[in-house]
Design a binder for this molecule. Sequence first.
Ligand SMILES: C[S@@+](CC[C@H](N)C(=O)[O-])C[C@H]1O[C@@H](n2cnc3c(N)ncnc32)[C@H](O)[C@@H]1O
Length: 527
Amino acid sequence: MISMMDFNYVHSDKSALPFISYSNFYANPFYLRTLSKLVGVDAAPLASAKILELGCASGGNIVPFALKFPDSHTIGIDISSELITKGNELKLSLELTNIDLICCDILEVDSSFGKFDYIIVHDVFSRVSDEIRNKIFSICKENLNENGLAYISYNALPGWNNLSTVRDFALFHSKHFNELPEKINQIKLLFEFVNGSLNESDSAYAKLMFETSEMLESKPDLSIAHDFLQPFNKAFYFVDFIEDATKYGLQYLVDAEISKMYLPNYTSIIKDKLGSIEDVVRVEQYLDFITNRAFRQSILCQEHQMINRTLSMDALSNFYFKMNLIATSDIEIPFDENRESTFYLNNNPEDRLTTKNIMLKAIFKTLSENRKYLSFDDLISFSVDKIPGINLSDLEAQAKVSLMDLFLKDKLEVRADLIPTNTKDSNFPKASEYAVAQSIYLKQEFVTNLYFESVQLSLFEFYLIRYMDGINTKDDVISKMIEHFTNGDLVTNYKGTVVTSEEKLRNIISLAYIDALEKFQDQSLLV
Ligand SMILES: C[S@@+](CC[C@H](N)C(=O)[O-])C[C@H]1O[C@@H](n2cnc3c(N)ncnc32)[C@H](O)[C@@H]1O
């Protein structure tokens, strides 16, 4: 099979990437509900959920949710009329009636907006005034249902201290320039220059500057502008944030990045010392100091909610699981408990799981064969078939312990709800409608999959996905892709020469199509 890497695709229109508003998986009700269920809070079902996003930009986070759950209702507000207009154009093209994108100030939100099951405030809290921050807490209290969840992300101390120096430096330099594109370009040049100047230094400061330059390379221009050029940018100690939330009658539920709360993920000294402290907020603040954490995504709920942070193993039997595992060639059948077997995680030989335990081998093998979400019952029934004579309850007990551990180590995807997907054998492949819209209307090469995760597409895939509408056959799609090569949107070279013959292009595209379809399937982009 010829892989995509053998060809060099060139995009003809780099300017066609007008604005950025992506889905943030951690801030999505879909994931928030999973987290709440793990800690004993029964957040509202997604199908009929009511959602409010404050500072929603053009709706990249909430439009895909509204599309997937037609009986839910979402309101997104943002002060930028330009972003709201773009969001409303997309809403219109997707014919959505269950989402309102409104241009208004957070300060204008009141009881007339109603009550919500999920309130999302992503990447806004640190960028606004104290008055608006207080209003955000007040909305999260007053407009949140009894079992509602509020997600707020913010820059955290002490980690932000370093970045704040970098930001001051960027602000200082960029004020000598007038236009936004020039300011952004100057920030990039500034860090290249500083990097060069500190080339021979191994100080902590030089390391910070190197890391900043590296980070800037991968950041889109708009997010450089947001991070470095906006007037407000304040960071908070976690304890202070929670203390303020508590004054408004809110309670800390859990961190969106749950693995960061899990003490066994730290050294044994940390685990032993902090393990005896019962106050979760205090423990997490110690962890922030130790890890120099710079960003937080806190989930809050009403103050009287009962929370059980002792994650229940039994609760796991109601969830769905997925892990990007690849079994290496040393997996023996039947399993031999005297031999080690290895599985690679996320196609990365550096990130591996090795075990002699035959029950774990069976569970890992099952996960590696099913690169989609499996219910607990399916995982067990597929695994039990691989170990003749095994005791079912032993296997279930082992699965619960291991699945919980892998989830808390950030190696296993766990979801409370399932979104069904097809198999890749379909003759009429159909991609997620929102991902198609992202390609056609938004010209985004990062698209949102069915689980609200962002997936980066190659330029070939960026054009391909728009033709996967469930009506086109593979041949139709390939013919349409040929046009992109003949009109210059895409170019492929073979042995240093641009391929122009239709027959050769057809062969090349057919092979690349197979790879792309496999990726779309693996990444939950097909419906
Ligand atoms: C960094 S962007 C984050 C956008 C979006 N939440 C996301 O994560 O992609 C911050 C957004 O907050 C909006 N915003 C800032 N102050 C606001 C206010 N007082 N009322 C409403 N929106 C505001 C900005 O217009 C901007 O779209």
